[in-house]
Design a protein around this ligand. Structure first.
Ligand code: BGC
Length: 758
């Protein structure tokens, strides 16, 4: 035993010795390079201009080509194709004085050409290894096409469904969000950034971007340090701890100072408290935008950003054009510009670009590594796992592949919309529409009829705004009645109706906030008319955010939420509808009864005026006159075609001593007829604290696979670490006292036991 331990210790010290040696080597390389650099060349490294898309063969002659030759560019982003990127890199390493290679970034958010479900959907799989694998595949494909840096993961906690960018993150919960953030960083970066199939992650948007007031994008945020530390910051921290190479500043202000000029955030917290060693890039023109925030002219805000700890300026060129003056006037110190330049050069070094600037520019890889059958198969499976079965009364689902099925709705035959928001690299001729998926799965077995049934929304101008970026739904010029009549004619011939309704892909995402969270008007009318036929109707819901579907949840027997499921969407939807895959996704956001309830989240605090047991309204209590405080669907909720029963909940002790742990065990039985997966959730409540504590917080989960009829006992280890929080001095600690421990299939349906921390 002792010998093994000694061997392990030797191995660890050898490893850290090797790492130290690497760092010394990197530092001396960069020291030597920086000695050769002029001030202007150093500034050039801090510049990330917007190149737009460069035409092949034009790299050298374009405006950007001149800038690169002059050493004024550190990197470029959102250029697609390895041939173009290679040509641009060639200008940098053959025509610029110091031949410093460029970074090539892209918004590879949920896959590259093989598009995975939108991040909010991915989070509903609660499947960390699969999410990590999706990032791994994205990195493999992107790096085969010249990309070495991705602007992902997006880890902003979001509790207000009006905010369109809720689609890009992992929902409302910091515990789950942190686990996913770390998994994605590992997926992108692998164990060695210098490999040609790993890319650098960029955690965004630092920080608190998801807390925009009233859900209006880019809006002000304002919150207490307690809420920041306990609820909003953990996923960024987790991504940093997982080794993310870069961080992106957010657009919003924090404590009255925009993130890109906020020294407390970028230096005190990120670098000093969290020990972040990578570089920070701003979001798109975020430095310039500080002028509109009212922080001063471009010279002042650029200096503010640099002094706050920003290293790279995305698009705005404030650094490039003003920092010389700021150094001359003493507003900025040369050593801070050197530090920023060094961090960017370090990133290039770690990516292996100084060894081989064409490391990610192998012209042969793309043909065999992008959008492969193997990658698509992974995306299809993960898409089925991210779908959430919201209702299934009378076991209407799965459907039989028989008879006549009418597939109706504006999202049914909408392949360009299936990848969802932020699918920059997608090839829009690839995605499988839901109609195609259903047809392929039932060929020779069922007759499939189709009608569009309605436009996306009555207001044509709104439809225009909600279908940008080549994601048109082909607005139909017929009247609403004509469209409806055609749909009813098809519906009346069918045995089963599948209504494919909801949002278009660009109804969520950046700058796509909504104040009305319902399924759009004409689609609701269509659904009501379909229900009136008396035929069985399944609602297949496309959305990038929690929607208000109170009416639909009351009237329909079956609702399957499929989000935007990526290039394989149609196949995956058919897999689930026909029962070739059993749904297992669970919501990572709370679905409200109406928009007036938001922001809404399960881990809220109690007021001093909580409602009495079983009551939904009492005068002078914390509630609304018109609706209860309950959501339509709670966090963690999702059904399966089978049933799971929870029994024998036990804890190993009712007392926990500091430094020790206790075991919570529960038996899960698949008591239904299908094999299936269940996501078992563990919540904890700290009953009395030095600050008020949430009514419950997710502190563990396990996704298990159980054959029909089988049982298993699962265990959660509960130690002091899980009980810790930031107190009012922002100290991370656990306080002695009583805790509730809860286990169940969702946040509203739990069994409770108690223990005391001594
Ligand atoms: C978005 C970022 C994105 C960047 C670069 C910005 O508008 O906020 O999330 O990474 O553009 O495309």
């Amino acid at each position: 035993m002792k010998r093994v331990l000694t061997a392990v210790l030797i191995l660890i010290s050898l490893q850290s010795f090797a790492q130290q040696k690497q760092i010394v080597k990197m530092n001396s390389f960069i020291d030597a390079l920086m000695k050769k650099m002029t001030f202007e060349e150093k500034l050039g490294q801090l510049n990330l201009p917007g190149a737009g898309d460069i035409t092949t063969g034009q790299a050298s002659s374009s405006d950007i080509g001149k800038k690169i030759r002059d050493g004024q560019v550190g990197g470029l982003f959102n250029i697609k194709s390895v041939a173009k990127i290679r040509a641009v890199q060639k200008v940098a390493v053959e025509e610029s004085r110091l031949k410093i290679p460029l970074l090539f970034g892209m918004d590879v958010i949920h896959g590259y050409e093989t598009v995975f479900p939108i991040p909010l959907a991915l989070s509903c799989s609660w499947n960390l290894p699969a999410i990590e694998q999706s990032a791994r595949i994205a990195a493999q494909e992107a790096s085969a096409d010249g990309i070495n840096w991705t602007f992902s993961p997006m880890v902003d906690i979001a509790r207000d469904a009006r905010w369109g960018r809720i689609a890009e993150g992992s929902g409302e919960d910091p515990f789950l969000g942190s686990a996913i953030a770390a998994a994605m960083v590992k997926g992108y970066q692998g164990d060695d950034l210098s490999k040609n199939n790993t890319i650098m992650a960029c955690v965004k948007h630092f920080a608190l971007y998801g807390a925009a007031e009233a859900g209006r994008d880019y809006n002000t945020t304002d919150m207490s340090r307690l809420r920041m530390y306990n609820e909003y910051l953990p996923p960024y921290k987790a991504a940093v701890e997982a080794g993310a190479g870069s961080v992106m500043s957010s657009f919003n202000e924090i404590d009255g100072i925009p993130a890109s000029g906020n020294k407390w955030l970028m230096t005190d917290l990120l670098r000093r408290q969290w020990g972040f060693k990578g570089f920070v890039v701003t979001d798109y023109t975020a430095i310039n935008e500080m002028e509109q925030h009212g922080m001063g002219n471009i010279g002042i805000v650029s200096a503010l950003a640099l002094n706050a700890g920003i290293d790279m300026d995305m698009v705005g060129e404030g650094f490039l054009t003003t920092l010389k003056n700021s150094v001359d006037s003493g507003r900025v110190k040369l050593k801070d510009i050197d530090a920023a330049c060094r961090r960017i050069l370090e990133a290039k070094y770690k990516l292996g670009l100084f060894d081989d600037p064409y490391r990610y520019c192998d012209l042969n890889r793309a043909a065999t590594e992008i959008y492969t059958d193997a990658n698509r198969a992974v995306a299809r499976k993960l898409a089925t796992e991210s779908m959430v079965l919201l209702k299934n009364e009378g076991q209407m689902l799965p459907l039989k592949k028989a008879g006549t099925i009418a597939v109706i709705g504006p999202l049914a035959d909408a392949k360009e919309n299936m990848p969802g928001t932020w699918s920059v690299a997608a090839n829009y001729s690839n995605p499988i529409s839901i109609l195609t998926g259903i047809k392929k799965a039932s060929t020779g077995k069922a007759a499939i009829l189709y009608a569009k049934g309605s436009n996306l929304v009555a207001d044509a101008a709104l439809e225009d705004r909600a279908t940008m970026f080549s994601k048109s739904l082909g607005r139909d010029q017929r009247t609403a009645t004509e469209l409806l009549n055609e749909a009813l004619e098809k519906a009346n011939q069918a045995d089963q109706i599948v209504a494919v309704l909801g949002e278009s892909a660009e109804m969520s995402g950046e700058s796509s906030s909504r104040t009305n969270l319902e399924i759009p008007d004409v689609q609701k009318d269509l659904l009501r008319a379909l229900l009136k036929t008396g035929k069985p109707v399944v609602l297949v819901l496309c959305t990038g955010r929690p929607l208000v579907i109170k009416e639909e949840s009351e009237k329909l027997a079956a609702i399957l939420n499929v989000w935007f499921a990526g290039t394989e969407a149609g196949f995956a939807v058919a897999d689930v509808l026909f029962g070739d895959a059993n749904p297992s996704g669970k919501l990572t956001t709370t679905w409200p009864q109406n928009v007036g309830q938001v922001p809404m989240y399960y881990s809220h605090k109690n007021t001093g005026r909580t409602l009495g047991e079983g009551k939904w309204f009492e005068k002078f209590r914390s509630n609304y006159l018109d609706v209860s405080n309950e959501p339509v669907y709670p966090f963690g909720y999702g059904l399966s075609y089978t049933n799971f029963t929870y029994s024998d909940f036990k804890i190993s002790s009712t007392h926990l001593k500091k430094g020790q742990s206790l075991d919570a065990a529960i038996t899960i039985t698949n008591s239904g007829k299908y094999d299936g997966k269940e996501i078992v959730q563990l919540y904890i409540r700290d009953i009395v604290g030095s600050i008020t504590r949430p009514v419950k917080e997710l502190k563990g989960f396990q996704k298990i696979d159980l054959k029909a009829g089988a049982s298993t006992t699962i265990h959660f280890k509960i130690g002091e670490e899980l009980l810790k929080f930031y107190n009012s001095d922002l100290k991370w600690l656990a306080e002695p006292g009583e805790f509730n421990i809860m286990v169940g299939p969702n946040s509203s349906n739990v069994q409770t036991l108690s223990f005391t921390l001594e």
